[in-house]
Design a protein around this ligand. Structure first.
Ligand code: SF4
Length: 415
């Protein structure tokens, strides 16, 4: 599949944008991971990739959304965002995931991209604000890939996203992005109401026809005030999605991203491995977007590198998660996460101030960890890339369970 994929990249995109992807994301991304590994060997920590929630506001109201989209607007101003980016650059980071809310509702977002030409930005968006004018500016900047979310057919999309006419507006955004030869991706939070329509060869082929160059299947997380746990996938369905991803990588000229499996198909949590951490719209340093608790912010009076390196809450989160599962500790053991939050007196970073109560009300459920049915990568390209640049960085080798340690039990976790 490598040659047909290369042909698409060479013929369907703007060469300047392809070069930015290769250098700012590809080469600098590899360097960031090498520097991360070196830091870990020195006993230091700074995540090689950061997710920045630039704003909480959104025009949609999705089921399972944990963001305070209906609350007063909070956003990280351009200067503060640029300061975070410069400090991360100093640690070797040049790739940033831009999330929200709906990032394009942040009035300075395009200025941010233009202000950091050496960086690469992946924007998680519903596509509704990608007008022709916005797409033209993204092309001019050249360092942005829009990852546009599609949550189902027309009817399912409206139900999933709590508004009317959602899919058509999203498809318009995709068309503007593709017309400007942007490296465009489509993602889906796979759940009960869209798995049959969107985890299918017909949908993948349609995306290829539309000019979409990569896709990402997230697994639905029943979070937030409208969690809809009935939408969550069963272990069989999660396995089916994994199998489909592995097969699509080897049989279709489209990239397929995932953040939950290594080359051998072993599950992992990118927050537990320290591969990524998240900065909330209020500037809080969180393990990941759905763990809405923090003890530090980007506004603390010390360098960001020191804040990450010395955060006991983030360190203990990584250790706790790695001690109990290779999957998602939020889904599998919300009780332990609750205990950790209380232990560190971590702040509830939501405006609704109900994140701890939501955690307490969660029913433990299976996540991506499925040791009996691991599905290794079929494609040698993904095997090689994951073997060297996307694995667990040793996080699951003898992690120290911080809760057990404090209870005076044996140090090494019971996973
Ligand atoms: S804690 Fe769960 S949702 Fe967060 S990064 Fe890990 S697996 Fe993903």
């Amino acid at each position: 599949m490598l040659l047909p994929m290369a042909k698409r990249l060479l013929t369907e995109t703007d060469q300047r944008l392809l070069w930015k992807l290769a250098w700012n994301f590809g080469f600098r991304g590899m360097q960031a991971i090498v520097k991360h590994k070196r830091r870990l060997r020195r006993g230091e920590f700074f995540p090689p990739f950061l997710y920045l929630s630039v704003i909480n506001s959104c025009n949609l109201r999705c089921q399972g959304c944990w963001v305070d989209v209906a609350h007063p607007q909070e956003k990280i101003e351009l200067d503060a965002l640029s300061d975070v980016i410069r400090q991360a650059n100093a640690m070797g980071n040049y790739f940033f995931g831009i999330v929200g809310g709906e990032p394009f509702m942040h009035g300075q977002l395009l200025d941010l991209f233009e202000a950091h030409p050496k960086c690469y930005f992946q924007v998680f968006t519903n596509g509704h604000f990608i007008t022709l004018e916005v797409a033209r500016r993204l092309r001019a900047a050249g360092n942005v890939t829009p990852l546009i979310s599609v949550e189902g057919t027309e009817t399912v999309s409206d139900t999933r996203r709590g508004r009317q006419g959602v899919l058509n507006r999203t498809l318009e955004g995709i068309q503007h992005a593709v017309d400007q030869r942007l490296i465009t991706g489509v993602c889906t939070s796979v759940c009960q109401s869209n798995i049959d329509d969107l985890v299918s060869e017909a949908w993948v082929d349609r995306l290829i026809e539309l000019g979409v160059l990569y896709m990402w299947y997230h697994t639905y997380r029943p979070m937030g005030p409208d969690a809809c746990p009935e939408l969550a996938l069963t272990p069989d369905q999660q396995r089916r999605v994994r199998q489909f991803v592995v097969r699509t990588r080897a049989t279709r000229p489209i990239g397929v991203v995932d953040a939950y499996y290594d080359a051998d198909g072993q599950a992992l949590c990118p927050a537990a491995t320290g591969f990524t951490h998240h900065i909330s719209p209020q500037g809080d340093l969180e393990p990941c977007p759905i763990v809405q608790f923090a003890t530090e912010t980007i506004y603390d009076p010390r360098p960001l590198a020191e804040t990450f390196n010395r955060s006991e809450f983030l360190r203990d989160f990584r250790q706790l998660a790695a001690s109990h599962t290779r999957g998602c500790i939020v889904l599998e053991r919300p009780d332990l996460l609750q205990e950790l939050v209380v232990l560190h007196e971590a702040r509830d970073t939501t405006q609704r101030d109900t994140a701890l109560a939501e955690l307490a009300a969660m029913t433990p459920r299976p996540s991506q960890a499925d040791p009996e049915h691991e599905i290794p990568e079929q494609s040698w390209v993904y095997r090689l890339a994951k073997k060297h640049f996307f694995n667990d960085f040793g996080a699951y080798q003898n992690p120290i369970d911080p809760l057990a340690a404090r209870r005076g039990k044996s140090q090494v976790g019971e996973r």
